[in-house]
Write a protein that binds this ligand. Structure first.
Ligand code: PLP
Length: 397
């Protein structure tokens, strides 16, 4: 027997819909198969082709693709000379990797509160958190909306800090008409399957500065160089190379690169569809007092990676957990992005505690990530809207 939905009656849809899903077509599959039949599975021509394509897309001078976005953030922090005893400022409303990259380098993440309406890090609070130990700022484009880069760049310049943009969500977004990726000192994209463009796993760091580019290349591949200018000794022969830093193996395979190249050809189509869906959600929810719609800054022409439904707790008789469960009972499977990073036991152990960032903590209590991905049909979108409205109507205070 069918279980009634929590908000009464039959569920709005019979089949489950998930919050995110990759879109892979025959071109994508063929691109990967072609690499498997070629001479190079790694360090081959697809890597260079992808790096060039990402530079063209964003206008950045250099791109260094990596095995995943987290590895990309790690080498960005290393290239910014983040080390033992340094501090790195970031937001708590993000995936743990944005802060972990500081810990990898022996530095301490310093969490700064968000703007309560845009949900991105508050530049003024960034400035207040700077100390003589601060080395870098990791600014996250949460949901795909660009952080306000202009004030952050100004602050970083004044205090001699490196601005690393965690753009895991941002591909396709423009800030003041310019694609994100060429504005901060370094920008990371992730190609995890829930992101707008995927390679299974994968990441990139984009930069305009040659000195940073050279460091990134070293850290990506064991700290090893074949460039005579970077060597300490005379080459002993054509086989010769040197390890001059302690780097890692964070290389991407050519199969990943081929898949990402093929996916990037579909980016305009992904952008269009995501914007359409977000417009439908915004239209449906913006005049409902029980819901708060994320505020957009005019500088950001946003391609949304995540759609955040925020409930106004005072106007409903249920909390976020109950709302989440009610959506599940309607066969709308959601998620929550994010648990504030410093809530995690590992961070607790390092001395962080609740109460650090009140706006972020309040946000976490009220948010649900709704389904948003290219392959959603209009009927899927309508069923999500219908379910949200049904639950609000049922539990309105
Ligand atoms: C996905 C994500 C990452 C990590 O990217 P991976 O490619 O999964 O390593 C980092 N930061 C944010 C905000 C993310 O969403």
């Amino acid at each position: 027997m069918e279980r009634p939905a929590i908000a009464g009656g039959k569920p709005v849809r019979e089949t489950k819909i998930f919050y995110g899903h990759q879109y892979i077509d025959e071109d994508d599959i063929q691109a990967v198969v072609d690499v498997l039949k070629s001479d190079y599975l790694t360090c081959g021509p697809k890597i260079t082709e992808l790096e060039q394509k990402l530079c063209e897309l964003t206008g950045a001078n250099y791109a260094v693709v990596c095995s995943n976005g987290t590895a990309a953030l790690h080498i960005a922090a290393l290239s910014a000379s983040v080390g033992e005893g340094d501090e790195v400022i970031t937001t708590p409303i993000t995936f743990a990797a944005s802060a972990n990259c500081a810990l990898y380098c022996g530095a301490r993440p310093v969490f700064v509160d968000i703007n309560p309406e845009t949900y991105n890090i508050d530049p003024q609070k960034v400035e207040e958190a700077i100390t003589p130990r601060t080395k870098a700022v990791v600014a996250v484009d949460y949901t795909g909306q660009s952080v306000d880069l202009a004030p952050l760049l100004k602050i970083c310049k004044e205090h001699n800090l490196t601005l690393i943009e965690d753009g895991a969500h941002v591909i396709g977004t423009k800030y003041n008409g310019q694609m994100n990726g060429s504005i901060a000192d370094m920008t990371m994209f992730s190609f995890h399957p829930v992101k707008t463009v995927t390679g299974g796993e994968g990441g990139v760091i984009l930069t305009n500065e040659e000195a940073l580019y050279k460091k990134l290349l070293l850290f990506r591949s064991h700290g090893i160089t074949r460039d005579v200018e970077q060597m300490r000794h005379e080459p002993e022969g054509p086989w010769y190379y040197e390890q001059v830093e302690l780097g890692y193996n964070y290389r991407m395979t050519d199969m990943q690169a081929a898949l990402i190249i093929s996916q990037l050809d579909k980016l305009p189509m992904f952008i269009r569809r995501r914007k359409e869906i977000v417009a439908k959600y915004n239209e449906a929810f913006s005049n409902m007092p029980e819901l708060f719609v994320q505020r957009e800054i005019p500088e950001s022409d946003t391609t949304r990676h995540l759609y955040i439904l925020r409930i106004v707790s005072e106007k409903l008789t249920i909390d976020r957990k109950e709302f989440f469960e009610a959506l599940g009972a309607e066969n709308i499977c959601c998620n929550v992005h994010y648990i504030p990073v410093y809530y995690f036991p590992y961070y607790e152990k390092l001395g962080y505690h609740k109460g650090l960032c009140p706006h972020a903590e309040k946000l976490y209590e009220e948010i649900i990530t709704l389904p948003l991905y290219y392959a959603m049909s209009d009927a899927d979108v309508e069923s999500v809207i219908e379910a949200v409205k049904k639950i609000v109507a049922f539990y309105r205070r």
